[in-house]
Ligand binder design. Structure first.
Ligand code: NCD
Length: 321
């Protein structure tokens, strides 16, 4: 139900497609975050609530997923709604018979109140939003494009720990060219003053120019020097990502790096280490017990709470405080 290019939130979420961080102002983000503690309480103590009773959400995922799929699915159920879950539609839906993407979207919108879509092509969520006439589309990752709900949960995690989203020093570590998590975090945190970004990557996978501004500093290194580089930068947030071999042509192994216990030694005691997961060797398990490692703790759980709040707002549900 898109209004092109996409409708800004401007304080009102109801019925809107969620395609890009570009739709949100800090005020919109504040509204969303104000509902998260309530969602946390529902998930922990008072479930299921009836906030989404009678609502049906289609979760249509063309790409593999664990956390995004699992947290959207539980988010709907925590709020008393129901889901229709289509994983791998290439195999298990009429897509296998040659049905077009547009037809698939039209069919599932006929059965639901919202569609959560993950798809490998950049722009696919926008395409779906143009096609769907009656229900909102929520982008759960469009290839190397954006993954706005991941960004919002990352930002909530940062906000919960630092009690602010401004004047932070953020280091991105990994494949900055292809990894959508970094793109989203840059777009989201660029909305706040005083944030400084350091893009640490090996040569060849630097940040695309559209995710840079005057507060972005490129730090191309031999990844064997990662510990030294982080020790000298002393970031508040070390945002780490997998090398996404599905988007890389050629040998992805040459981009490998490792965060170890040794890396932690020279980081600020107040810093945090984030990763949207899955990890495939870039953070060793020996790091997990360090209190600064939030990826297997609040970052995962916040995914569910933030998605609960977003679904409730987009579906126009009444949230009592
Ligand atoms: C990420 C994604 O899919 O963008 N995972 C996630 O949503 N939790 C990161 C990844 O693909 O590695």
């Amino acid at each position: 139900m898109a209004i092109l290019p996409y409708e800004k939130i401007h304080g009102s979420f109801k019925g809107k497609d969620i395609i890009s961080l570009d739709q949100f102002t800090p005020k919109d983000i504040k509204i969303l975050f104000s509902h998260v503690p309530k969602m946390k309480d529902i998930a922990k103590n008072a479930r299921p609530s009836k906030i989404l009773a009678g609502k049906i959400v289609v979760i249509l995922f063309y790409e593999p997923s664990s956390r995004t799929f699992g947290s959207f699915s539980t988010a709907v159920k925590q709020l008393g709604g129901q889901t229709v879950e289509i994983l791998n539609p290439q195999q298990f839906s009429s897509v296998a018979k040659g049905e077009t993407f547009e037809d698939t979207i039209r069919v599932f919108e006929a059965y639901s109140d919202a569609i959560v879509l993950r798809h490998p092509s950049v722009g696919s969520a926008m395409e779906a939003a143009k096609t769907a006439k009656f229900v909102p589309i929520i982008n759960a990752g469009d290839g190397p494009g954006e993954h706005p709900t991941q960004t919002l949960l990352d930002m909530y995690t940062i906000f919960e720990i630092f009690n602010r989203l401004d004047n932070l020093k953020i280091a991105f570590v990994g494949d900055l060219l292809h990894y959508r998590t970094f793109h989203g975090q840059f777009l989201g945190l660029s909305k706040y003053p005083g944030n400084k970004f350091y893009g640490i990557s090996p040569k060849g996978v630097e940040m695309p120019s559209k995710f840079r501004n005057s507060n972005y500093h490129e730090v191309v290194i031999d990844m064997d020097d990662l510990d030294k580089t982080l020790a000298s930068l002393k970031p508040d947030i070390i945002s780490v990502g997998r090398i996404p071999k599905e988007y890389i042509t050629g040998d992805a192994k040459k981009y490998r790096f490792q965060i170890t216990k040794k890396t932690l030694k020279n980081l600020s005691p107040k810093s945090i280490i984030m990763h949207p997961l899955p990890r495939v060797g870039e953070i060793l398990p020996e790091v997990d017990e360090d209190p600064r490692a939030v990826y297997l703790r609040s970052q995962i759980r916040n995914g569910q709470y933030v998605r609960m709040a977003l679904l409730a707002l987009v579906l126009g549900a009444k949230i009592q405080s």
